[in-house]
Design a protein around this ligand. Sequence first.
Ligand SMILES: Nc1ncnc2c1ncn2[C@@H]1O[C@H](COP(=O)(O)OP(=O)(O)OP(=O)(O)O)[C@@H](O)[C@H]1O
Length: 372
Amino acid sequence: MYLQSLYIENFRNYSQQKVEFNAPKTILMGNNAQGKSNLLEAVELLGTLNSHRKARDRDLIQSGASIAHICGKLEREISTDTLKLTLRRQGHRTVNLNGENLRRQMDFLGVLNAVQFSSVDLDLVRGSPDVRRCWLDTLLVQLEPVYAYILKQYNQTLRQRNAHLKVCQKSESPSGLEELAIWNNQLITYGTRVIRRRERAIQRLAPIAAHWHSNISNSTEYLQISYDSHIPLEYNSPEIIRKSFLDKLQQRSVAEVSQGTTLVGPHRDEVKLSINQIPAQQYSSQGQQRTLVLALKLAELQLIEEVVGEPPLLLLDDVLAELDLLRQNQLLDTIQDHFQTLITTTHLGAFDAQWLHSSQILHVYYGKVISE
Ligand SMILES: Nc1ncnc2c1ncn2[C@@H]1O[C@H](COP(=O)(O)OP(=O)(O)OP(=O)(O)O)[C@@H](O)[C@H]1O
């Protein structure tokens, strides 16, 4: 897939900006705080309806404005699609595909696929389990847009169940426990869907990431990734997972009521990463962490392409400088012209002459994009 153009209006520090992409690689160059990452964020929003910066819509809208628009024209193998996202300071966001307002945001997801790689991703190894869950959920939305809906249902149920547990904590009435059984049922239904999908995605991603990791580390390191759920996942069978989920909820029910929060479910699961059988979170060096994250990102690109049938975009936000020459070359060699890539940088020093020659270079200056 190829993003031909992007138009943004009242988005972050941009008033009105159109960008035409005319090469498989675009380098966005500029000093700090000029709007380079904002541009990638706009593309990310068109792809996932989410920003990895976890911004609220009102933060995305230019200060002083009430509505922001992001519009992209995307060439795909079978069609050319126009995607439009409208953000409102007051009121809901709306999505429009090829001139038609979509009722379900889910139908907008999965049109533009993109892998985001920024320095924040370097926290994937050492960060809290939440960082890895969030990374996996973002990948799953790309592989299977319906997952966004399933996850939303799970999170809503979790919030309501937690509110109910707080009520039970204060009063021990039997009707409270009866109502809890209803919430248990919903939590199990949506939670099982989340767990099974996460586990399946990791099963597919793990061998691809291990291959890349071995490649980058000159076959000296072996990466293992697994989905670590405290609910046993034998055979990934929904019936078995549902039963174990219920057993765990029953075992922890007294603790849940006394703490007023849900202690069992995919919101507490973990993605386990280990290098040569040693947990990466605890022992890996800075270099090993970078190799691991790079292997994960290359695996994401490959897996999305396998599932979707077209190469996704790659958004590299100021990350090249964080990688040493070997890892940079590995990444750049893999991208070649296969994946349309948008790269932000403060200087061109990191790129070799051939790369610069085949790239479109755009300058970003105080919320304006200027061609060379
Ligand atoms: N809602 C908003 N309205 C107006 N300006 C905004 C808004 N949100 C962010 N900005 C501005 O955008 C700029 C930051 O842009 P961005 O994060 O894209 O920086 P960058 O060019 O990628 O720089 P760096 O190299 O430091 O990451 C800041 O000047 C910030 O004040």
